[in-house]
Design a protein around this ligand. Sequence first.
Ligand code: PMP
Length: 429
Amino acid sequence: MNHSASQQLFLEAKTLMPGGVNSPVRAFSAVGTDPVFIREGNGPLITDVDNNTYLDYVLSWGPMILGHADPDVVAALQNVIGKGTSFGAPTEAENQLASLMIESVPSLEKVRMVNSGTEAVMSALRLARGYTNRSKIVKFNGNYHGHSDALLVKAGSGLLTHGIPGSPGVPEGVVQYTLTARFNDEAMIRNIFETHGNDIAAVIVEPVAGNMGVVPMTQSFAHLLRTLTSQAGSLLVFDEVMTGFRLAFQGAQSLYGITPDLCCYSKIIGGGLPVGAFGGRKDIMDHMAPEGPVYQAGTLSGNPLAMTAGHATLKKLQENPGYYDQLNLQGSRLAQGLRDLINKHNIPAQVNQKGSMLCLFFTEGEVTDFESAAACDTQRFARFFRGMLSRGIYLPASQFEAWFLSVLHTDSHIHQTLEAVDATLSEID
Ligand code: PMP
């Protein structure tokens, strides 16, 4: 596979942007190769600047559940783009996306639109602190909630990929109110609530963690979080940035049967444009300015293009409930196929899968938390990644990121992927 045009662009990019990228995992440094530069996408496929085409399991890290350049999303955008791209004033498009979200997800009574997942979580936690008049928040090791200061503690995603425990530039004072706990560890979270319960504003959690590979919360852990937070007068905040409108139309919360107080969104609700949102109980949301005292604002928040792409995406998902059965089916087919191949090649590895999110972990033991995910053989993953890329399968360039499926990943794509896995595992045995 020729990558000369990508290599040329990367050399130039490195003189222009730190590491040549605008988000660290894109640099491919953890997998020992250079990134490919993408020219265009079509359905489940992306094509790079050297004309190589790949089956895409990154899907822009989750948003492109309908595949790239979905005709309905493109048409909706074409319909509005000539009419002005930002006004900094209310538009009907904001009502349309907000009302679709609120009518779809029972825990959402009001929402506020922002521009990224980072912003959504940062603002939701400010609101939780303002509402409860408490300072402490609890997050789980290996969960990633964006790059705001208070949450860059024992986080997943790029920090885990690049082995960064926290970040220089975050003053100690800012993280002193962030308590960290082991994911799925019931004794530890009980303990934290016994000691700090009265000071905890919120517990934030990825219901199905997708930033240390894929690691679902257990049912009983989810229900324990709901009980402990309710008893202590703390808020339960679900970070559904990845899982929202992906694992089910009503999100991971519907699978767990839990009603969080606040939830955070991004990715799918923007249909590939920059969007975030947080929402929840009306009495809590009404603490936001200008209704209430908790401040948050955004020049481009509720941007008409982003609202339009998001609305077109959610509408299509709503009108095709069968999509979720299909995503779950293809997810489990791929997971089963991977398990069969691991056995065939006798490689110590695990597959975690929840619906259309999955991850192949190169480790012997079951992966249930950050500690067990961190035991993976990242060098073996790097070899696997390179083998798959050379066979036209574009995976996340990290052992600790989720693979995503779109509604356009068909049986033949799964078959093609498993053939590539079979050949790659023979090579890296
Ligand atoms: N929360 C979760 C669960 C995420 O997966 C991410 C990003 N992958 C974020 C928050 C941050 O979102 P963004 O990159 O849009 O700031």
